[in-house]
Design a protein around this ligand. Structure first.
Ligand code: SAM
Ligand code: SF4
Ligand code: SF4
Length: 334
């Protein structure tokens, strides 16, 4: 099944909650996500049974990778039960989860035992002052490092570490992070700050281009490029020439990869988004709750995918992206 730009559907990202215990300034800035923010009521969320049913339908349509995300996915009560349901329903599917790491230390083994294959942990700095300034709540770098250790002990390998780089905020942490994770077997991935949603006051000048990140690391540790692991891989891979592991760069702003984008996103309330920068979703939950059969749901998704022509990041680069109201990343699933 191909979209208008002949891209197949391969990856499904499922947001299991729009809530988060962090207030990262680039994602859920406190001024827009305070206590009176209308977060989704629990009854509105897709149930685990609904998510699992949809995941099976997506699998028949070509999905081979599923990532649980949010918001902070570990805030969803009993998320390990969902992992278990997905892992047993879809044994051939690569099942991953992205977390801020704050609640992982006590849960890593449970998630592994439930059948989670891979884990990505976000960490933007090793310096506590910079870290706290970004996340805007009172967790420490040590909490996240303890979670990384717990994930290691539970047998996740390699673990990916996501670092969003924002100019003037944490570019000075690029080298300390590279030094820290070299030789650990973990894959540090530098992510260009993106203009997701409409609350994070993104400006192009805030983006540290991936090529500058590579150049900064090269000066201390010689690197060489690696081939992608598979067609459509989002991160550009590089390895340390001295054999101390690899890093990744997600250059969605300076080197957009829309041409290979095989991802679809399912929000916590069951709306489908065909692009991270979409303005609106397509209601699948309504269809499920009206009693649609699998064939009807399948036809709905097929119809949506076949009409898809999203390429926002390329349009941004060509300076022809429209300034639409984009859905927040914490809602749509990062
Ligand atoms: N709460 C989890 C976490 O932080 O890992 C999962 C959801 S979060 C939206 C997923 C990823 O998106 C994180 O690695 C986060 O750093 C990244 N992210 C959020 N806002 C971003 C932005 N404006 N630009 C680039 N990456 C962003
Ligand atoms: Fe929460 Fe993740 Fe967004 Fe930070 S990036 S506010 S941890 S959802
Ligand atoms: Fe895919 Fe949209 Fe991102 Fe392009 S901008 S890579 S189409 S999610």
């Amino acid at each position: 099944m191909f979209d208008k730009l002949t891209r197949p559907l391969r990856d499904l990202r499922i947001s299991v909650t729009d809530r988060c215990n962090f207030r990262c300034r680039y994602c859920m800035p406190r001024e827009s996500f305070e206590k009176d923010h209308p977060f989704l009521p629990h009854a509105e969320l897709l149930t685990f049974e609904e998510i699992t049913r949809l995941a099976k339908i997506f699998h028949t349509l070509g999905v081979r990778k599923i990532r649980l995300t949010g918001g902070e996915p570990l805030l969803r009560k009993d998320v390990e039960v969902l992992v278990e349901m997905l892992a047993s329903a879809l044994p051939g599917v690569d099942l991953a989860l992205t977390t801020n790491g704050s609640l992982l230390a006590g849960k890593a083994q449970t998630l592994k035992d439930a059948g989670l294959h891979r884990i990505t942990i976000s960490l933007d700095a090793l310096d506590n002052e910079i870290f706290r300034d970004i996340i805007d709540v009172n967790f420490s770098v040590e909490d996240i490092l303890a979670s990384i250790r717990a994930a290691e002990e539970a047998g996740f390998s390699p673990i990916k570490i996501n670092m969003v780089v924002k100019r003037g905020v944490n570019e000075g942490e690029i080298l300390p992070m590279a030094r820290h994770f070299r030789g650990t077997g973990h894959i540090l991935r530098f992510i260009e700050f993106m203009d997701v949603g409409s609350t994070n006051r993104w400006e192009s000048g805030d983006v540290v281009p991936a090529k500058d990140i590579i150049a900064a690391i090269q000066r201390e540790f010689p690197l060489e490029p690696l081939e992608p692991n598979y067609h459509g891989e989002v991160a550009n891979r590089w390895r340390y020439r001295d054999g101390q592991g690899e890093i990744g760069l997600i250059a969605s702003v300076t080197q957009p990869f829309c041409g290979d984008c095989t991802r679809i996103r399912l929000s916590a309330v069951g709306e489908l988004f065909t692009c991270l920068f979409a303005g609106e979703g397509h209601d699948l939950r309504g269809l499920l709750r009206q009693g649609a059969g699998d064939a009807g749901v399948e036809a709905f998704i097929q119809n949506l995918w076949r009409r898809r022509k999203d390429r926002y990041s390329e349009l941004r680069q060509e300076k022809s992206a429209s300034r639409q109201d984009k859905v927040e990343m914490s809602y749509i699933g990062g």
